[in-house]
Write a protein of this length. Structure first.
Length: 248
């Protein structure tokens, strides 16, 4: 009965690097307003899955449907798709030769063909949203890691995506900077932003997610509501993984 709310549907997704099978038969759906946290040990395929969804990696099998259209089809306009399914990277990926404001304008101008004035207004709006409006004339090298990541989030938001993908957005940050990025993500979740988050921040996954996927060796070994995954995991592997984290 909620089928009309499905934005993204991943079916039998597989990814090989040579003879190494990194993803095996991945299935899940993303509905409007979902915050899906993807957890698991390093090397379990979490980031590769996100990169396939964003078409930074070409899937080896299966389908990824965005509003019913398989985005692996050669006819798909990849830049336009990425504008709607945006990605925030672990290492920020800002343009070092551009100001903060320009970083948040360039995608709008090049991909969405938004005018310079409109792009500037949107960029400033979203920089204010993440608390970075006072740094519009700064270059990335002048910013802390947490500030860079907030700019990267503003840049993604300025494209007005339907889904945001976060690939371990806090893992490159010093511990004291993690909170400022998680606070922004908390706020986005409360506002109803649809998000897929690869994370090792278990408290965030527990408190903010609508669903948690636990990945191991390229498969989704267990998935469910956060209270189920954190409170009563069914799989031994999930229990062992979560036992490494305190206060979750």
């Amino acid at each position: 009965m909620e089928k009309e709310n499905v934005i993204l549907e991943v079916s039998h997704l597989g990814k090989n690097f040579g003879t190494h099978q990194v993803l095996k038969d991945i299935d899940f759906k993303v509905q409007t307003g979902d915050v899906i946290s993807i957890i698991g040990a390093s090397g379990s395929g979490k980031s590769t899955m996100l990169r396939c969804i964003n078409l930074m990696e070409e899937p080896s099998g299966g389908s990824i449907r965005y509003h019913g259209t398989d985005i692996t089809d050669s006819k798909v306009d990849v830049p336009a798709y990425r504008a709607k399914v945006g990605m925030v990277f672990q290492n920020f990926n800002l343009f070092e030769n551009m100001t903060v404001l320009k970083n948040c304008m360039i995608g709008q101008q090049k991909v969405a063909k938004v005018s310079r004035d409109e792009a500037g207004k949107k960029a400033l709006f979203y920089l204010k949203k993440v608390g970075m409006e006072q740094y519009i004339n700064a270059r990335p090298k002048q910013l802390s890691g947490g500030q860079k990541q907030r700019v990267a989030i503003a840049r993604a938001l300025a494209m007005e995506p339907e889904i945001l993908l976060f690939d371990e957005p806090t893992s490159a940050l010093d511990p004291q900077m993690v909170g400022e990025v998680l606070n922004v993500m908390h706020a986005l979740a409360k506002e109803g932003m649809t998000m897929l988050v690869v994370t090792h921040e278990m408290a965030f996954a527990r408190d903010v997610s609508t669903e948690v996927l636990y990945m191991s060796d390229g498969v989704i070994l267990e998935q469910g509501a956060p209270e189920e995954i954190f409170g009563n995991p069914k799989k031994t592997e999930t229990k062992e993984f979560l036992s490494r984290f305190r206060n979750c």
